[in-house]
Ligand binder design. Structure first.
Ligand SMILES: *[C@@H]1O[C@H](CO)[C@@H](O)[C@H](O)[C@H]1NC(C)=O
Ligand SMILES: *[C@@H]1O[C@H](CO)[C@@H](O)[C@H](O)[C@H]1NC(C)=O
Ligand SMILES: *[C@@H]1O[C@H](CO)[C@@H](O)[C@H](O)[C@H]1NC(C)=O
Ligand SMILES: *[C@@H]1O[C@H](CO)[C@@H](O)[C@H](O)[C@H]1NC(C)=O
Length: 301
């Protein structure tokens, strides 16, 4: 163990008698490759007080770093002022903050814009928890920005199998005042019990970027009904993991002609098998491992 001393509350005379020191455990490392795991010190036991860990993750050029948490519990504080994890979009402590995290809700998947992510975990002098465990992956970038009255887009290599480990983003923008209507003419992804953005899935958002409201997340096959946005833009994310690729999808978009879908939300954890088996037009709009929120077209039932 290396101890790094940082001075805190340094009394005026410098390093003399009465100076208070805070000793910090140093941890973390520089990571490279395709994927790996990141844990707080001592995980699954409690992390120490006064720790400061710094990791940098560097993947191949033209890829992004994707970070997915499987466990997260830190001390909660307003503004995450006590124990915290900061994820930055770049290689050093001055890069843009993607997320500053604390408390106990498991964060959404975090993705860098370039091929380097800087992660800093810091704990204060009291209260310790189990910490976190996360997996990181390299993802190849694809997708494009689309505009006009209508068009199509498809998974890479369509109708041949899509590649593994991709992260494709499309944004569609129609004229101001119109709405975007999206229909999949084909949809074949590897099916999975938990439909999340760290596996093969299509995430659709009601706006122009990844922070816009979630319309749905699709895994498996056979989605044929239209999706209509509330404004004139639509964001689509396609991710694939490192196994089981199928033919993928083809999407067609146009300016909406006024059709309104009747959709409703259901919160019930026993619907899953039924959904995978019989309700084809179903979107998993929230998935926190135990509770799934579905949205589906009632007229189809
Ligand atoms: C992680 O990387 C190794 C080495 O490149 C590879 O064999 C493995 O399939 C990867 N696993 C995942 C989950 O991507
Ligand atoms: C798609 O847009 C083009 C160019 O604006 C137009 O000529 C064509 O009729 C449109 N097709 C459909 C099916 O709306
Ligand atoms: C993302 O989209 C929202 C609206 O959906 C908008 O308010 C916000 O400015 C956008 N952010 C960026 C970075 O473009
Ligand atoms: C799932 O929902 C139930 C009922 O709303 C709630 O009591 C429970 O805490 C939830 N579990 C998780 C993991 O969110």
């Amino acid at each position: 163990m290396t101890l790094v001393f940082q001075t805190l509350l340094l009394s005026s005379g410098g390093c003399g008698e009465g100076t208070t020191f805070l000793s910090r455990k140093r941890c973390g490392q520089a990571l490279t490759g395709n994927n790996g795991t990141l844990k707080s010190p001592n995980y699954p036991y409690n992390y120490p007080n006064n720790a400061r860990c710094v990791w940098t993750i560097t993947t191949d050029p033209d890829t992004r770093v994707m970070l997915t948490f499987s466990y997260f519990q830190l001390e909660y504080g307003y503004d995450c002022a006590y124990d915290f994890l900061v994820i930055r979009d770049g290689s050093d402590p001055t890069s843009n903050v993607l997320q500053r995290l604390c408390g106990s809700s498991t964060p959404e998947t975090i993705v860098s814009t370039g091929n380097v992510m800087f992660i800093e975990f810091q704990t204060n002098y009291r209260r310790i928890y189990k910490g976190f465990q996360a997996q990181w992956y390299s993802r190849e970038v694809c997708g494009s920005a689309l505009s006009g009255n209508n068009g199509t887009f498809q998974s890479p290599n369509y109708p041949n199998n899509y590649p593994n480990n991709v992260y494709c983003e499309w944004t569609i923008r129609t004229d101001v005042g119109t709405k975007v209507q999206l229909t999949f003419s084909a949809f074949e992804l590897h099916n999975s019990y938990y439909c999340s953005s760290s596996i093969d899935s299509v995430t659709i958002r009601d706006g122009s970027n990844s922070t816009a409201g979630l319309i749905g997340r699709l895994c498996g096959s056979g989605y044929s009904d239209s999706i209509v946005t509330s404004g004139n833009s639509l964001y689509i994310l396609f991710t694939s993991d490192n196994s089981f690729s199928l033919s993928g999808f083809q999407g067609q978009w146009s300016i909406n002609q006024g059709r309104k879908l009747s959709q409703t939300n259901y919160k019930h954890n026993t619907l899953l098998l039924e959904v995978q088996g019989t309700i084809r037009n179903c979107f998993i709009i929230e998935n926190n491992y135990h509770n799934l929120t579905f949205s589906f077209d009632l007229t189809r039932m």
